[in-house]
Design a binder for this molecule. Structure first.
Ligand code: GLC
Length: 587
């Protein structure tokens, strides 16, 4: 049997018409690679990744075999929240480049048949946005203030916040401003950091600002948009603010929370959809919406954003049952909404999955005071992993080899599924969460606003290692978060020359995926059940994952296309996925 490679020479141009680069449906089965720009590649050497850095790596992305990139924000920003605090929605942060650099990047990516998705952050701007500065300067009751959410404080002289709401990052969700006359003044609301004032979506200027922004980027050739905290925009705060509308999301009474997941939010997306559809092909969008599963379909509907992230696989531990349940649920949801399903194992907000999967969960849960739960009542691995960071990342609870083995098996399974797969930068290198960051090197507001309660998200945002022996591992400038020694073994050049590397597994899998027929459905194979997830695609391709601890006898007659671990015989090792194709069947 083969090692972790393909047994055929794939032709990158044989993508089936439906779903290919030139089709309006390109997004339905796309593999989308998330770039966190300031940590991807630094072309100008200032220590922050930039857009020219992306352009320089366009061939790497093409050779990886992805269909699209999604860029996290690259707009002018003081980086109070990694760029999710936007000063100007229609420009590029000068440290990351210029609009010309953006155009050159789009040209380079499109020339390699890679689509471009950008992040839109519509719940809040930054406090340096021109309109927020104008709002503070204009004073209470002004038209300028109405674009944001200002309220008088409580207490004799307004010295208490208008309500007891806490921000997602910790601390009050209200910050007081100083009025133009120098007196302590009104308070503004911010679900996230105080540098991120929430927009008032009842104000028509705000609607126009975002329509203009969407058209601005669509006119520049952007193919799609990722919508940040899509479930928070519409708010009904009432005249009297009610205390203790606590975060996080409350699921009991759908649509009644003052700001999470209100029905009116879909009016905004219907408006955007009309703008997306002005283009040929229509621009696409994907919602980041942390809502009850029953509520997700509306965000993904074709009258709305068209697709929504499913975050199940960020949360669940590595078991066959968990994956089966998530697959069934996501395919059902996609059927209901008319979108395609989405698969996400990592992003810039969570502990990287090779680390999550390497944790000794039973012992970790024993050490935690409270068991973190998912909405369905299972263990939330993502929260557990954050707790592990808080405990000081005890190495005795982490088995790195096991974590990477499982991560590879999970990714290969996900890439065999119908729908689109989102891959976070560095996953293809098998990067673990970086835990070697001193407190004084941290950047994430969730760390600073939650002392002792949150280690923050910096560990998955460390600049990528490109070259094993180069300064800063070839990042291009002094890395703005410390790169650990072990990055050497994960550098792209080192992995490229190792046939068994994670990078080569991804490249083989993505090349093979181009040979698959586009499909939105699957069947469970005969081995499915217990510790085994066995899927059969309509074209006859099969993916078998052995979640158990004993080797599994593979069915006869299949040709191994790619596997997440080397196969020595006809046995599938524990915690391994294999793709099989039949000599006569299928295509
Ligand atoms: C989203 C982003 C996250 C950011 C937050 C506020 O959840 O993914 O990185 O901090 O929104 O914009």
């Amino acid at each position: 049997m083969t090692q972790t490679g393909v047994d055929h020479v794939p032709n990158p141009n044989t993508r089936p018409e439906a779903g290919g680069f030139d089709s309006a449906d390109w997004w339905r089965q796309a593999v989308v690679y998330q770039i966190y720009p300031r940590s991807f590649h630094d072309a100008d050497g200032d220590g922050l990744g930039d857009l020219r850095g992306v352009t320089e790596k366009a061939d790497y992305l093409k050779d990886l075999g992805i269909d699209a990139v999604w860029l996290s924000p690259f707009y002018p920003s003081q980086l109070a929240d990694g760029g999710y605090d936007v000063d100007d929605y229609r420009d590029v942060d000068p440290r990351l480049g210029s609009l010309d650099d953006f155009d050159a990047m789009v040209h380079a990516l499109h020339g390699r048949r890679i689509k471009v998705v950008v992040d839109i952050v519509p719940n809040h701007s930054s406090n340096l946005h021109r309109w927020f500065r104008e709002a503070v300067a204009a004073g209470p009751g002004s038209l300028e203030r109405d674009r944001y959410i200002f309220r008088d404080g409580r207490g004799e002289s307004g010295e208490l916040p208008p309500s007891d709401w806490q921000s997602v990052f910790g601390g009050p969700a209200w910050t007081r401003v100083t009025e133009p006359d120098g007196a302590p003044g009104q308070w503004y609301m911010h679900i996230f950091a105080s540098e991120q004032p929430d927009w008032n979506w009842d104000n028509p200027d705000v609607h126009q600002e975002f329509l203009d922004t969407i058209r601005f980027w669509a006119d520049r050739g952007v193919d799609g948009f990722r919508i940040d905290v899509a479930h928070a925009l519409a708010k009904d705060l009432g005249e009297e603010l009610v205390d203790s509308h606590a975060l996080p999301n409350e699921f009991e009474e759908f649509g009644t929370h003052p700001f999470w997941d209100r029905d009116e939010v879909h009016d905004i997306y219907a408006e955007w959809r009309r703008a997306f559809n002005e283009y040929d092909p229509p621009r696409t969008a994907v919602a980041e919406a942390w809502v009850h599963p029953d509520r997700l379909a509306r965000y993904a509907s074709p009258d709305g954003l068209g697709q929504a992230f499913s975050f199940d696989l960020l949360e669940v531990p590595f078991t066959a049952e968990n994956f089966r349940r998530a697959i069934t649920k996501n395919l059902d949801e996609a059927r209901r909404s008319g979108a395609s399903s989405t698969w996400v194992l990592s992003n810039h907000d969570v502990v990287r999955h090779p680390t999550r999967y390497g944790l000794d969960l039973d012992t970790l849960l024993e050490r935690l005071e409270e068991r973190p739960l998912t909405p369905s009542g299972g263990t939330d691995l993502s929260v557990a992993a954050k707790q592990w960071l808080l405990l000081g990342s005890p190495e005795d609870l982490l088995d790195r080899d096991r974590g990477l083995r499982r991560a590879r098996a999970a990714e290969l399974l996900v890439l065999a599924l119908p729908g689109s797969a989102y891959i976070y930068q560095g996953s293809e290198l098998g990067l673990y969460e970086v835990v070697e960051i001193d407190d004084d090197q941290r950047q994430d507001p969730s760390f600073f606003r939650n002392p002792g309660k949150d280690q923050g998200r910096d560990g998955c945002r460390v600049p990528l290692p490109w070259e094993r022996t180069a300064q800063d591992f070839g990042f291009g400038g002094p890395a703005h978060l410390p790169q650990p020694e072990w990055f050497a073994g994960h550098a792209a050049d080192a992995e490229l020359s190792d046939p068994g590397s994670t990078l080569n597994m991804y490249r083989s899998a993505l090349a093979a995926r181009r040979e698959m027929q586009a499909a939105e459905e699957l069947e469970w194979g005969p081995l499915n059940g217990g510790d085994v997830v066995h899927i059969v695609r309509p074209d006859g391709w099969e993916s078998i994952t052995n979640f158990g601890s004993d080797p599994l006898e593979l069915p006869e007659g299949g040709v191994v296309v790619v596997s997440s671990q080397p196969l020595q015989s006809s046995l599938l090792p524990p915690e391994t996925t294999v793709w099989l194709r039949h000599r006569t069947g299928g295509r």
